[in-house]
Design a protein around this ligand. Structure first.
Ligand code: AGP
Length: 605
């Protein structure tokens, strides 16, 4: 995929365009370019390679102008070279494009018959020359509508007009596009990342929308050229995200941020008007997919394991999940119809990055689900899905975990819908349930008071067990990992059904055991396993949801989580486990944000 930016201002725009392109590099970096309009002249500068190459080019040959567009490219049509880099300009317009014009060959032949000459091998250039043709008879806005009528395929466009140097026109069909608002300056960009270094006020275009942007004003039109209004969203402020505010430490702040970050993420991926998912530029046609392989480390690996259960429930795909440090040394049988999905908060984890490089060497398609979009793993992946959780400072991953789960779930829903594994009614139901998640996360955080009491049981404990079945098993692993890394106490996450094959020997009087048993198809079986533990003296914290009335006087505590459709249980049951690890670590006076021996990003093997 590619990234686009446009800025109309009362001052020179080139340096802000470059800064935004650096934030957009996760979307592609085969080549990049900028076009500005100054004194009725289109100044187009572009080159292959990373944005820093473009920066050098502009340093040696500056472009001035108060209106401009920029682009980072991930080549779909034509080699990643200077000629094919965007923008694509004619004597009248300059265009940047993210998407694929499926009928570009046919349009090119017609334009060549009309005497137009092509310079590049790209599909985008047909847009440039169609606009040039229509501008001879129509206004910029009408020329855009005339052009869009000719196009089949997906696009997010940013367009400059030499003879109308105070406007930028944007258009969206299929590929995401947003606008940003500021004083004496307005912006067009592929996503909020492109814009958030300049503004926190944005609106998203819907499919079919066109916008006309000047430094003072933005107008929106629908596919029929009727004027429309747009809701202005306020983005979370990056600078606040790295400040503690009223919290004692970053981990508690990030635990309690999860309703907000999940809401942010849903806003980025769910088109609330069309009730659809804004994921379209798959590097592989989902209908032709054979298998999805999920790879990560630590908490990110636990996201992979949860995703495995979701994929098996919602799609007919084969699926595999592996730890990156294992995957990279296995004799993997690569398959070009598999999609290799890398989950990582930092995007710098050495084992995950190495596993990704192994996939690239084997010419298979890769996707990364990532929090730091400027990171190595993001830049090396064919396709990046940001989790929009904002900077995560605490070494123990919390909001990034729920963000990873959210994005991989949304991706799976979209794949299931495209493959017709779920019908439209089910798809809409699941979108509707997803929208309830931020509020239910908020309610789940209210379990903190009870958790604080249960945390005392761990102070003198020899260890602890976390048990679950199905997608609650990876949550058991995650809960144990949180407790280990924060309080330095031994804790074991285990499949509840496996206890009788050995680990039951560990249960003794007073041992804290956390049983995760929402009302899903595993509930009864997990409760039986819980009884086996209680019969041997285990002190059980049962985490379940409202629908269960499990009476057992020997349960130490029962936490009733808000009820949600069972597939989404992992989001809620992980919250008390994060709080438990946090409060045990507080009682033990451990360093909450920087636990001993650990690092936020493990950039070595
Ligand atoms: C989780 O709390 C740990 N910080 C650790 O397991 C982490 O998830 C793992 O190192 C992977 O990091 P990444 O998500 O940045 O790739």
């Amino acid at each position: 995929m590619c990234g686009i930016i446009g800025i109309a201002s009362n001052k020179s725009v080139t340096s802000n365009i470059i800064n935004s392109l650096k934030r957009l590099e996760y979307r592609g970096y085969d080549s990049s370019g900028v076009a500005t309009i100054d004194d009725n002249t289109i100044n187009e500068k572009k080159c292959p390679g990373r944005v820093e190459e473009l920066e050098k080019l502009l340093f040696n040959s500056p472009s001035s102008g108060n209106v401009g567009i920029g682009h980072v490219r991930w080549a779909t049509h034509g080699l990643p070279n200077q000629i094919n880099a965007h923008p694509h300009s004619s004597e009248l317009v300059s265009v940047v494009h993210n998407g694929i014009i499926e009928n570009s060959e046919n349009l090119k032949q017609n334009l060549e018959k009309d005497g137009y000459k092509f310079k590049s091998q790209t599909d985008t250039e047909v847009i440039t020359l169609l606009l040039t043709k229509f501008l001879k008879k129509f206004s910029p806005l009408d020329a855009v509508y005339k052009t869009l009528e000719k196009l089949t395929g997906s696009f997010a466009l940013g367009i400059l007009f030499r003879e109308h140097q105070n406007i930028i026109i944007g258009a969206r069909r299929g590929s995401p596009l947003a606008v940003g608002y500021s004083n004496n300056e307005n912006y067009l960009g592929s996503d909020s990342y492109a814009l958030k270094s300049m503004t926190n006020k944005i609106s998203y275009l819907d499919d079919g929308d066109v916008c006309v942007l000047t430094k003072d004003h933005i107008e929106f039109y629908d596919s029929k050229k009727n004027k429309k209004n747009k809701k202005v969203l306020i983005l979370s402020e990056d600078k606040n995200e790295t400040k503690l505010g009223d919290f004692k430490n970053f981990m508690s702040k990030e635990i309690f941020e999860q309703p907000f970050t999940s809401s942010n993420c849903i806003n980025e991926y769910i088109d609330k008007i069309r009730n659809d998912i804004n994921i379209i530029d798959f590097p592989l046609n989902p209908k032709k997919l054979n298998k999805i392989v999920l790879i990560g480390c630590g908490t990110a690996y636990h996201s992979c394991l949860v995703a495995k259960y979701w994929l098996e429930e919602l799609t007919d795909l084969n699926v595999e999940a592996d730890i990156a440090s294992e995957f990279r040394y296995r004799n993997v049988k690569f398959n070009k119809s598999n999609l290799y999905v890398f989950i990582s908060q930092s995007g710098e984890t050495a084992d995950t990055a190495a596993a990704l490089e192994l996939c690239k060497k084997n010419n298979v398609k890769t996707c990364s689900i990532i929090n730091v979009v400027e990171s190595t793993i993001a830049r090396s992946s064919d396709w990046v899905l940001p989790i929009h959780a904002g900077p995560e400072i605490g070494v123990a991953s919390t909001k990034a975990f729920t963000g990873q789960l959210l994005v991989v779930y949304i991706l799976i829903l979209k794949i299931a819908e495209i493959r017709k594994n779920i019908n439209r009614k089910i798809f809409l139901e699941k979108i509707s349930n997803l929208k309830k998640l931020p509020d239910l996360l908020k309610k789940s955080l209210k379990s903190e008071d009870k958790i604080q009491i249960f945390a005392k049981d761990f102070i003198d404990a020899k260890g602890s067990m976390f048990l679950g079945r199905g997608s609650s098993f990876p949550i058991a692993l995650e809960g144990a990992l949180k407790l280990k890394e924060l309080s330095y106490l031994h804790a074991e996450g285990y499949p509840a059904g496996e206890m009788k094959h050995g680990p039951l020997a560990l249960i003794e009087d007073g041992l804290p055991v956390i049983v995760i048993a929402p009302k899903d198809k595993y509930f009864e079986k997990t409760i039986s396993n819980m009884q086996e533990v209680i019969a041997r003296g285990g002190k059980v914290l049962l985490i379940t949801d409202k629908k269960n009335e499990v009476i057992n006087e020997n349960i130490r505590f029962k936490l009733e989580m808000p009820y949600i459709e069972s597939l989404l249980n992992p989001f809620l049951t992980t919250i008390p486990l994060q709080l438990l690890a946090y409060h045990v670590a507080l009682l033990k006076k451990c360093d909450i944000d920087k636990p001993r021996n650990l690092a936020k990003s493990v950039t070595v093997e």
